[in-house]
Write a protein that binds this ligand. Structure first.
Ligand code: ADP
Ligand code: MG
Length: 222
C-alpha cells in the first residue's frame, strides 16, 4: 500500500496562484507543494477525470518543464561546490490533498518561512544586503545559463537552506518559475537566446520591485 502523507490545514504556510505550500510534517528542511484543485473542470470520477482535475494539461506541462530544467542544471553541475540558485526538488509524495512536489525549504533561523522579494519590495524593507543576495543569485542564473521564464518577485525567497548540518548561509533562492515554459521554447535554443530572455526577465523584475536593472553589469541597485 502507498504511504499517504497527511497534511493538516495548520501546515499550510504559503499559497501561490497555482500551488498551496505545506511544511513537511516531519522534516523541517522540506516543503510540499500541492497543485490547487481546478474547480472549473466538469467533475468526472474516472481515472482521466481525476488526473484532469488535479493536473490540467498546461499546469502539468509547467511542472514537467520545471523538473526537466532542474535535471538539466543538476546533471550539468555534478561538482559538490555547485550552489544552485534555485531550490532543490526531490520528486513526488502522495498526500491526502493531492500529489505533492517535495522541495527544499528556504527558512528563517526561527523556523518560519523566508520572506519573498515581492513582499519585501512592497513593505519597503529591502536593504543593500538583500540586494547583494539578489545580485549573487542573478549572476548565478546567468553564469549557469539557467532558463528562468517566470522571474516574478514572489518566486524569490530570502532565507537559509539546510546544508546537512544546520542552516546554511543567507541566500536569495528562486523557488519557482524556472524552466522554459514558452510555447516556442526560445530559451532552450541557444545560450544567447536564453541570455536575452534573462535580460528581459530582469528588466521586468526591476520594474516590479522598483529596483534599477543595469544591463551592462547585470546587477540591480536601488
Ligand atoms: N522552497 C521554498 N521555500 C520557502 N518558501 C517557498 C518555497 N517555495 C514556495 N514558497 C512560498 O510559497 C509561495 C508559492 O509558491 P510557488 O512555488 O511560487 O507557487 P505558485 O506556482 O503557485 O506560484 C511563494 O511565493 C513563496 O512565498
Ligand atoms: Mg510562484
Amino acid at each position: 500500500m502507498t504511504n499517504v502523507l497527511n497534511l493538516l490545514p495548520s501546515g499550510l504556510v504559503a499559497s501561490g496562484v497555482q500551488r498551496a505550500v505545506y511544511l513537511h510534517p516531519t522534516d523541517h528542511t522540506k516543503l510540499i507543494k500541492v497543485l490547487k484543485p481546478s474547480t472549473i473542470m466538469p467533475r468526472r470520477n474516472n481515472f482521466n477525470g481525476v488526473v484532469d482535475r488535479w493536473f490540467p494539461s498546461t499546469r502539468l506541462r509547467q511542472i514537467r518543464k520545471e523538473y526537466t530544467e532542474y535535471l538539466r542544471i543538476m546533471l550539468n553541475h555534478p561538482e559538490p561546490t555547485f550552489r544552485a540558485p534555485m531550490s532543490h526538488m526531490f520528486g513526488f509524495v502522495s498526500t491526502n490533498v493531492g500529489l505533492g512536489c517535495l522541495t527544499e525549504s528556504v527558512m528563517m533561523p526561527d523556523g518560519t518561512l523566508g520572506e519573498t522579494l515581492g513582499s519585501k519590495a512592497k513593505e519597503g524593507t529591502l536593504t543593500d544586503h538583500h540586494i547583494d543576495l539578489l545580485n549573487d543569485t542573478i549572476s548565478r542564473l546567468f553564469s549557469n545559463d539557467i532558463r528562468a521564464s517566470d522571474m516574478n518577485p514572489n518566486n524569490f525567497v530570502f532565507g537559509h537552506r539546510d546544508n546537512g548540518s544546520g542552516p546554511g548561509p543567507e541566500e536569495c533562492v528562486l523557488v519557482d518559475g524556472f524552466g522554459d515554459i514558452h510555447a516556442i521554447p526560445v530559451r532552450s535554443m541557444a545560450k544567447w537566446s536564453n541570455r536575452l530572455g534573462l535580460i528581459d526577465s530582469c528588466e521586468r523584475l526591476g520594474r516590479n520591485t522598483k529596483l534599477t536593472w543595469h544591463k551592462d553589469t547585470q546587477q540591480f541597485s536601488r
